[in-house]
Write a new protein. Structure first.
Lengths: 989, 90
């Protein structure tokens, strides 16, 4: 027989049917169902195949701990694999697929794995597939991965929205059962800012499956009334469908709210999930306790489930587990279920109680057969339970049943309390691992902290809230409730880790198919330590993180080692408590919102001129500007580079970092952060500066201009703009707070363009009002200028990266495009062209100018020929002291040098290594490497800059350039690193 | 996932707004011995427990702070402006 829906009872609305499909088969559930309860109501007990042995599995729990009933829910981009059917609310049109089966759930070929199980024991990966090692990647791993698995994620884009938010409160309460509700009511009435989170759609926790009464009303009604009062309080926020998954530093809790995972048609304006970071002054963990499975043969057959789960299906969802039920328990809680089953009119075949003394007096008054001192060593059946074997005083007996409830006692859910370190300790009295009640910022209450029974939990919650609010100096009166009636309070009993007389496979970890013999094997093979046993057997390593299995595994380890569970201890508790979707963690940061895009103020100018863009960091930079008829990027770049040297070009350099430095001590400050001198830089002049790190290596370079006595304008490289700003702020604030200096990042305030080429002055003079002749504005001049007849002010710098007569003009960002347009128009008759970063790079390599290709963290000034720039007279500057080290002045260091191929038809690339002529390509023979390379239209071949041992004294030497990836050798010659105008006449003309 | 740093200028702010530099050491005098400089640049104590570190409120007030943090528990004892223009806040 199978499970079915009862005619009455439960918190469901039978008048509101919901249709859904499971493996393509149409089924009907009702409003209030979980996917699991709806499947059970349809008689569908076989819900999946197990991970390793492909055994038939049903549902075992009714909540977050479910290891078996995992399925793929929804379709297309919304497909979500490994969804726990117990946590998924049913909605109209839901599509669910079972997992890990082929070709179908009913006929699964890999279930033959069960026959191979002697070879699939713990550690089998290590033992079976040791050699030949070469087969691992090609054969074993793909095979194992195909056979053992979970659902498959979709490759389609997720169409839904996710978001992240922060919340702050006096008291966070995790769990909305009796304890949490009592705490929330106490704190809410006292006026404290309260957030109550509960992972279920309906707040109430265990109250929702309860048949006891509180103050004369049903537990369900009590929960409803309390939630209504809480929601009426403006200082209380109740978050249902919200799992608190982690406790972090600063008493911040992570929680994920499944806002619309239960909706047939998610509303597009509302996120489907929301990631909360909740900053709580105090928090209560009222997560309750988890019932422990019993370990007997066939304890995984569909039809076997936790007693508390069976009770939830019965009382909350109106679902009967079958026609003839047995209960196997080690404690009184099994009788609560027995009582409810009989009340619902089900046939209760037997109650098997492992205790010889049986139930506590007065607990059970029903008529079922009770077998005290009895065990269930084995359950039988294939895809559904058919019978159980009972062992009592050495006698075996077989009973036909179609469902079996088990209860092995309870473990408090203390997970969250140990996310910041520590482990719970074993208590013989409580027969479980327990945590101290109070941790700094987080306290446990209710069943999570040893309290038992509804009355005990209500009181514990109220008292704990009062105590914690007291710490915040908020006076609260513990909420009082009427008498609880009809509640069976189960006292802890001695655990029964292993049932005597097992024949079949007795599962400890259902999701990872770890059975009791695996645990024994781990101990025999020397992996008995709890952390080793976990890895060796994979117990507790599945997506359920061993919620049902960990404590049992520890009990078995203790028995196998002949010690107490206290000596075994637990493994480490880590976030997340339950799986969190990548969507929620990413929030809005996906697709084009993955990271911000930085566009230069000249971006539209570049678009207008037909630029091809390249992403560098967050920036979109114009790389080249193809003209009609140009087929390759090289054609465009060669033309641009040649035109700059022949006529003129305009390049967007707005992305250079720009920092304004002011204050009485600004010059002194620059003197300390640059290795060369800046204090005596005259007003109206620019200077190239080298910034070192404290270890003596070059950090960044750029030009700094003195605009006024106490006002400087610094440019940095694009890549290090943020890093230099942070560094300067560190120097100003941490190293020399006594200096009067102010720093402002003005990168985004200025549109900056390079105008380079022999005709650049002619063109610029058309829009600049002041005289910019060579006499009036010589090389390295820097000044404020007026433009367009006084309509606009800008800053003009006579600096050159290309080696040509060149300027950089900065105008307020909003005027950038207009100024660039005007320059292009003025330059039209002089043959101006727009050029991008590729041509910029060609021009600078031809001129031997370095970038971060050369300044790569391994070079000091002398390596680049900048030795004379380093001030010998300054008392101090960043990097001065450690630059003096012998090793940094070794003549054998790699030094900057130019490289050209002997045959201009051959080429080489950056990253290739330099070897002496005729030398083998070995590490010992390595002479250095190409740091930058390009095709130079000026030279007519590939050229390169390289860092080579003693490079500056080897000009003219023939070498070979070795590309290790292609194993290519190119004959080349080392040369002076400046290929164009080595005497620097053009830029000064 | 999260962590809060008490910025003396901005209040409790999430860690994502900050950048850590490392031990809050005092830069040696320019003429200090070679070993003092090597220690400053390369050697770190790496204690288990209380540690003073430089943190930059990069996405906030852009001040450099000295944050006193327990390296074992990550608990933050307090933070002050490195230029000591404010008192340590908790």
């Amino acid at each position: 027989m199978t499970s079915y829906r009862l005619d009455k009872g439960g918190l469901i609305d039978r008048s509101k049917p919901l249709s859904f499909t499971f493996d393509g088969k149409g089924m009907i559930g009702v409003e209030g169902d979980s996917l699991a309860s709806a499947l059970l109501a349809n008689g569908q007990m076989l819900l999946g195949r197990s991970f390793k042995y492909h055994r038939p599995r049903g549902v075992i729990s009714a909540g977050a701990s479910e290891p078996n009933a995992l399925m793929t829910v929804a379709q297309g981009g919304r497909t979500e694999p490994n969804t726990r059917a117990t946590m998924q609310e049913l909605y109209e049109g839901l599509v669910a697929q079972s997992q890990n089966r082929w070709p179908s759930l009913n006929i699964d070929i890999s279930s033959l794995n069960s026959l191979l199980s002697p070879f699939l024991s713990a550690g089998f990966y290590y033992k079976t597939f040791m050699w030949p090692a070469g087969l691992w990647e090609r054969l074993y791993e793909p095979l194992i991965r195909r056979a053992a698995g979970l659902g498959k994620a979709t490759y389609e884009a997720d169409p839904d929205r996710y978001e992240k938010c922060w919340a702050h409160c006096d008291l966070l309460i995790v769990g909305g059962g009796a304890t949490g509700l009592a705490a929330a009511l106490t704190a809410g009435r006292a006026g404290a800012r309260v957030i109550l989170v509960d992972e279920n759609a309906m707040i109430g926790g265990g109250l929702l499956s309860e048949t006891a009464t509180i103050g004369g009303v049903s537990a369900v009604e009590f929960a409803g009334r309390t939630v209504a009062e809480l929601e009426s309080l403006p200082n209380v926020q109740v978050l249902s469908r919200t799992t608190a998954f982690g406790w972090y530093d600063g008493n911040v809790f992570g929680a994920v709210e499944r806002v619309q995972k239960h909706a047939s048609e998610p509303r597009p304006e509302v996120p489907v999930e929301r990631l909360w970071r909740i900053v709580a002054k105090q928090a209560i963990l009222a997560a309750g306790a988890e019932e422990r499975p019993l370990i007997f043969g066939g304890n995984d057959i569909p039809g076997v489930m936790m007693a508390s789960a069976m009770r939830a299906y019965l009382n909350r969802y109106g679902v009967a587990p079958g026609k003839s039920v047995a209960v196997f328990t080690t404690n009184d809680s099994g009788y609560t279920l027995a009582r409810d089953l009989e009340k619902a009119g089900l046939r209760l075949v037997a109650i098997v109680d492992s205790r010889r003394s049986g139930a506590t007096a007065g607990v059970y008054e029903g008529s079922a057969r009770i077998i005290n001192g009895g065990f269930v060593p084995d359950a039988e059946g294939g895809k559904a339970l058919s019978s159980i074997t009972i062992l009592q005083d050495g006698r075996k007996e077989k009973l036909a049943v179609d469902s079996l409830a088990m209860s092995g006692g309870f473990s408090p859910v203390v997970h969250l309390a140990y996310h910041r370190g520590g482990r719970p300790e074993w208590s013989d009295a409580e027969a479980t691992f327990v945590a101290p009640e109070d941790h700094k910022g987080l306290s446990l209450a209710g069943a999570a902290a040893k309290a038992s029974g509804l009355a005990g939990c209500l009181e514990a919650g109220a008292r704990k809230a009062e105590a914690l609010l007291g710490k915040l100096e908020i006076k609260a009166d513990p909420a009082a409730f009427g008498a609880v009636e009809g509640d069976i309070v189960a006292a802890p009993t001695k655990p029964v880790w292993i049932i005597p007389g097992i024949k079949g496979k007795a599962f400890v970890d259902f999701q990872n198919d770890v059975h009791h013999r695996d645990i024994g094997l781990a101990v025999r093979e020397g992996y008995g330590h709890v952390e080793l046993a976990k890895r060796y057997t994979t117990n507790g390593m599945a997506t359920d993180q061993g919620k049902l299995s960990n404590v049992n595994a520890i009990g078995l380890l203790a028995e196998a080692r002949g010690v107490s569970p206290a000596d075994v201890g637990t493994t480490t508790f880590r976030p997340f408590y339950t799986p969190v979707s990548f969507g929620a963690l990413a929030g809005t940061s996906h697709g084009k919102h993955f990271q911000p895009v930085r566009k230069s103020p000249l971006h539209d100018w570049a678009v207008k001129n037909g630029a091809t863009f390249v992403e560098t960091g967050l920036w979109y930079r114009s790389a080249w500007f193809p003209l009609a008829g140009e087929k390759t990027w090289r054609e465009s770049v060669d033309r641009e580079a040649k035109n700059v040297r022949r006529n003129a070009g305009l390049c967007d350099v707005s992305m250079l970092g720009k920092i304004e430095i002011t204050g009485k001590d600004a010059a002194e400050f620059l003197d300390r952060v640059y290795c060369n001198a800046f204090r005596k830089l005259p007003v109206g002049k620019a200077r190239y500066g080298l910034m070192l790190r404290e270890d003596g290596f070059i950090f960044d370079d750029g030009t700094t201009s003195r605009l006024e006595d106490e006002r400087f304008f610094m440019t940095t490289t694009t890549a290090y703009a943020a890093g230099v700003m942070n560094h300067l702020e560190f120097c100003a604030q941490a190293l020399w707070p006594e200096l009067d200096v102010r720093l402002a990042s003005v990168t985004d305030q200025w549109a900056q363009m390079a105008i380079a080429g022999p005709k650049s002055r002619l063109i610029l003079q058309r829009i600049v009002d002041q005289d910019i002749s060579n006499e009036a504005f010589p090389f390295l001049g820097a000044k404020d200028v007026s433009l367009f007849g006084g309509k606009l002010s800008g800053r003009l710098f006579r600096i050159s990266f290309s080696g040509e007569l060149a300027y950089e003009l900065a105008v307020p960002a909003g005027y950038g495009e207009a100024a660039a347009d005007a320059l292009m128009e003025a330059g039209n008759e002089h043959g101006i062209c727009a050029y991008g970063v590729e041509a910029l790079s060609v021009l600078r390599i031809e001129k031997g100018h370095v970038t971060h290709n050369e300044i790569n963290g391994t070079v000091v000034p002398t390596d680049l020929g900048f030795g004379k720039m380093v001030s010998a007279t300054k008392v101090d500057f960043i990097g001065k002291r450690l630059l003096e080290r012998e090793g940094l002045n070794d003549p054998n260091r790699l030094q900057l040098v130019g490289v050209v191929p002997l045959d201009s038809g051959t080429s080489f690339r950056s990253g290739a290594h330099v070897l002496e002529k005729g030398a083998e390509a070995t590490l010992e023979n390595d002479q250095g490497y190409i740091s930058s390379s390009c095709y130079s239209p000026h030279v007519g071949s590939t050229i390169g800059l390289a860092l080579v041992k003693r490079g500056s004294s080897r000009h003219g030497e023939e070498v070979q350039v070795w590309n290790g990836l292609l194993n290519e050798f190119t004959a080349a010659r080392l040369c002076h690193p400046i290929f164009v105008d080595p005497a620097n006449e053009k830029l000064k003309g | 996932m999260a962590s809060l740093i008490p910025c003396p200028h901005c209040g409790q702010r999430p860690r994502e707004e900050f950048t850590v530099k490392g031990a809050a050491l005092v830069r040696p005098a320019a003429d200090a011995g070679r070993n003092a400089w090597l220690d400053y640049v390369y050697l770190r104590d790496n204690p288990r427990g209380r540690y003073d570190e430089h943190w930059h409120h990069t996405s906030g007030c852009r001040r450099w702070l000295v944050v006193t943090r327990d390296t074992a528990t990550h608990e933050i004892e307090g933070a002050r402006d490195t230029a000591a223009r404010t008192e340590t806040v908790e």
